[in-house]
Design a protein around this ligand. Structure first.
Ligand code: AMP
Length: 125
């Protein structure tokens, strides 16, 4: 079954500049911005600029350059916001939700970076 991407999802609109965002970082293939409803003191979303629905779509069909760019940007942000242990931070959590069981709301692949407080159990329910 082919991946189906809905170009009317909210992150596609952010990428097209149709709705505003609070940009944290912008690289050749990726964009990072603050989550509109933060679940922790630091809550940033990193998305590829390409049209990928979720992690497996991205991992299978994205180019090496896109994947490297994305991963390096995620890592760079953990340092820039001070949560990486390397810069004296207390750590962070990365989450990516996929599909119905993953409870994915926005159907454009995104990685949540969460930090700034102790985050509790990994799965609440
Ligand atoms: P998920 O459940 O993994 O699909 O998460 C989607 C995330 O997108 C949620 O944490 C929302 O708060 C966040 N979100 C939705 N709309 C926006 C927006 N316009 N700008 C920033 N974050 C958003």
């Amino acid at each position: 079954m082919a991946y189906e991407y809905d170009s009317e999802n909210i992150f596609a609109k952010i990428l097209r500049g149709e709705i505003p965002n609070s940009t944290v970082a912008d690289s050749e293939y990726s964009l990072a911005f603050r989550d509109i409803a933060p679940a922790a003191p630091e809550h940033i979303l990193v998305i590829p600029k390409g049209a990928y629905v979720n992690f497996d779509h991205f991992g299978i069909e994205a180019s090496d350059a896109e994947i490297v760019d994305f991963n390096r940007l995620v890592a760079k942000i953990t340092r820039e916001i001070g949560v990486a242990q390397d810069v004296g931070g207390q750590g962070y959590r990365l989450i990516t939700n996929a599909g119905v069981h993953g409870v994915q709301d926005v159907l454009h692949f995104h990685m949540h970076i969460l930090g700034g407080r102790r985050l509790g159990r990994m799965i609440a329910t």
